[in-house]
Design a protein around this ligand. Structure first.
Ligand SMILES: [Ca+2]
Ligand SMILES: [Ca+2]
Length: 333
């Protein structure tokens, strides 16, 4: 009988250790399996702690951190400012939400707008430049909120997506030649902050905006097969030129997660990743990094559950065999 009890103890110990590993270390919001990433987010009130007004973010140029918002530029000519996250982001699927207000004394002309970035360079390498305040020929994603109508097509203000390859220069005529998609959006001069949402999930990029709180989200741009490397940095920047505006950012929030129907393809299997029809080295490499960096998802709970069931079954069989053998031993005597 001693063997039976030993088998039972081993099985219970294995079950307990698996349960400990499956304990989630993040909070899930009510909308599903997304969770907020505090180190890639900021929001008021901004507190001045240890020389940095915004933990995990650096800022420069004309940027001023106020109590309730970050002012990238004041309503003055020829200013540019930026705020930039210091951490590399290894989140595979994410959703960024920016609350902003663009306003100033200009009644008919104002500008130039601001950019939301996911760029290659580190915060310590950020250089000012002509693309809404940061350097051109960037690597990564840009979502421009372009208020000044350079090419006089009357489409501004507009929200526009560009993916930079590190060589292509931004088309200064409102990005007409370099954009992946855009929409006109009357986002300037609002009483309340406007919200911009950028969702990147399984290679699909979706941009929406909300003009007033508690109102519907409007679709703006949807682009497929967008390959963004892991390890880039989030940032925001704005610039004024001959025309000017206050470019005020109230919050930047990053949520990470994935839709449940896509997640099982990605986690745990290095070979079978299907993402926008691409399986290039960047995606495979990203997939490997993701398996290391990402917290366990719902699919990993599935694995834990399967392992537990197998362990219980194996334990049962072992216990039965040991029990039967001990019975045989007794019969023999
Ligand atoms: Ca423009
Ligand atoms: Ca234009």
């Amino acid at each position: 009988m001693r063997g039976v009890w030993a088998a039972v103890v081993v099985v219970l110990a294995l079950v307990a250790s698996c349960a400990a590993f499956s304990n989630p270390k993040w909070t899930t919001n009510p909308s599903g399996n997304r969770f907020k990433n505090a180190k890639f987010s900021f929001a008021a009130p901004f507190q001045f702690v240890a020389g940095s007004a915004i933990p995990h973010w650096e800022y420069g140029g004309s940027t001023l951190v106020m109590d309730d918002f970050v002012r990238l530029t004041p309503d003055r000519q020829s200013r540019s400012g930026w705020v930039y996250n210091v951490d590399q982001c290894f989140v595979h699927n994410w959703e960024a939400e920016v609350a902003f207000r663009l306003h100033g004394s200009g009644a008919r002309v104002y500008g130039d707008g601001f950019a939301v970035w996911y760029r290659a360079e580190k915060a310590s390498q950020v250089q000012g430049g002509p693309v809404f305040g940061l350097a051109d020929k960037f690597k990564g994603l840009a979502v421009f909120v372009d208020t000044f109508d350079n090419n006089q097509d009357r489409a501004n203000p507009l929200i526009q997506v560009m993916v930079g390859d590190g060589r292509t220069a931004y088309d200064t005529m409102d990005g007409t030649q370099t954009m992946l998609g855009q929409c006109s959006a009357d986002v300037r001069g609002t009483a309340e902050p406007v919200r911009l949402r950028i969702r990147y999930e399984a290679g699909n990029l979706v941009v929406q905006y909300q003009l007033q709180p508690e109102t519907e989200w409007k679709a703006c741009v949807e682009v497929h097969n967008v390959d963004l490397p892991l390890g880039y940095h989030f940032g925001l920047s704005a610039a004024t030129g001959d025309v000017a505006d206050n470019h005020d950012i109230y919050s930047f929030g990053l949520q990470s997660g994935a839709s449940p129907d896509r997640e099982p393809q990605v986690l745990g299997s290095g070979e079978n990743l299907v993402e926008g029809g691409k399986t290039g080295p960047a995606i495979q490499r990203r997939n490997r990094v993701r398996a290391l960096e990402s917290p366990p998802s719902s699919s990993s709970f599935g694995w834990v559950a399967a392992i537990l069931i197998v362990l219980v079954l194996v334990g049962g069989v072992v216990a039965y065999v040991v029990y039967a053998l001990s019975k045989d031993d007794k019969k023999r005597f």
